[in-house]
Design a protein around this ligand. Structure first.
Ligand code: PLP
Length: 361
């Protein structure tokens, strides 16, 4: 294996090296069939088998009940911001409730308002989205068709430790923490995630939707934007993002062979604790998130000055710790440590943090 840098990028993000190697071989010559993976017809028996296996592995790894469909869609996670209200508020005169915990929920709220009455039951915007609420901190109008939240806020580095307790249908954007911890899928009506954080390359968005919700959309919705269209055709209504689906399948095999989601959860907790301990060890570093809302996937933190932050990011990059620059909306630094991010890289980061603080404080 060549010298690889540690890639702390928030997404697209680091993937298991074994998956990259397998994909590189399969692109050129898929399983010795004399044809490249990305040249295969999506209706060929080879690719149909890839898609079926990927679906089965997502289902197995996440323990998705039989009464849920798993869809492979395009348009990114952002397309779900309008597809959800378009389908669930179809017919007009309907409402939904949103929890606003960052950039991604704000964008989703903006789109949802095009389709119905949107109640924002909670917002942490006035404290720069440094926390997520617990269930008692907001109320959900019983007339709401669904309650929407973002389980992990990729930019601000906050995460729901427990999910909203409600009788309202739960809809969740899990783009940046899907498969990072055990989740009881049966509590949700719909879960979606862009693959490029924790499941594979950019290009496919996974939607897990309960069967009985497929009929919520009506004929006024463009065909491609109805969940039912894709569910009825097993995500093969039109050409799906074949390569991205294949890669998700390979990542699912890697995850399963490495102990599954339960093992990922344990390792993710360990990795994140290493970084949070380094932040808490000195006054030099300041975590953005309130302690009770800290994300295990994206750790946003600040140094005493913007100049020191720039120096920190540059010096880290010079020793192979790449992608530590925070999102432009809050600045500072951010370490994204998804499932495939190696523990060694986290150890290297916390060593560097200690050295840098000692030299510069
Ligand atoms: C990255 C991200 C998105 C947007 O994903 P795209 O595939 O780029 O549209 C949405 N929600 C969350 C939580 C994200 O981290």
């Amino acid at each position: 294996m060549p010298e690889r840098i540690y890639n702390f990028s928030p997404g697209p993000s680091t993937l298991p090296y074994s998956v990259l190697e397998q994909a590189a071989r399969d692109i050129v010559n898929y399983r010795d069939r004399g044809i490249g993976l990305i040249e295969l017809s999506h209706r060929s028996k080879e690719f149909m088998a890839v898609a079926e296996e990927t679906e089965a592995l997502v289902r197995e790894n996440m323990n998705v009940p039989d009464n849920y469909k798993i869809l492979f869609l395009q348009g990114g996670a952002s397309s779900q911001f309008y597809m959800i209200p378009m389908n669930f508020l179809a017919g007009g005169g309907k409402k939904a409730t949103y929890i606003n915990t960052g950039t991604w929920s704000k964008k989703a709220i903006r789109e949802a308002r095009l389709f119905g009455a949107i109640d924002v039951a909670y917002s942490s915007e006035d404290t720069t989205f440094n926390r997520v609420p617990s269930t008692g901190e907001y109320t959900v109008d019983p007339a709401s068709e669904y309650l929407y939240f973002v389980s992990n806020n990729t930019i601000y580095g906050t995460q729901f430790k427990s999910f909203p307790e409600t009788d309202t249908l739960l809809v969740c954007d899990m783009s940046s923490d899907i498969l990072s911890r055990r989740v009881d899928v049966s509590r949700f009506g719909l879960i979606f995630a862009g693959a490029q954080k924790n499941m594979g390359p950019a290009g496919v968005t996974i939607v897990i939707i309960r069967d009985d919700l497929l009929d919520r959309g009506d004929d006024s919705i463009p065909t491609m934007l109805r969940y039912k269209t894709h569910a009825d055709k097993g995500s093969m209504f039109n050409t799906p993002p074949c390569f991205a689906i294949y890669c998700v399948g390979e990542v699912m095999k890697w995850l399963k062979n490495n102990g599954g989601v339960a093992a990922m959860e344990r390792i993710n907790n360990e990795k994140a604790s290493l970084v949070y301990d380094a932040i808490d060890a000195t006054d030099f570093y300041r975590g953005h998130a309130e302690v009770g809302s800290r994300s295990m996937m994206n750790i946003s933190f600040n140094l005493p000055t913007a100049e020191l932050e720039a120096k920190f990011i540059a010096e880290a990059a010079a020793i192979g710790l790449d992608g530590l620059k925070g999102h432009r909306s809050i600045g500072g630094c951010r370490a994204s440590i998804y499932n495939a991010f190696p523990r060694d890289g986290v150890v290297r980061l916390v060593e560097f943090m200690a050295e840098f603080a000692a030299k510069n404080s």
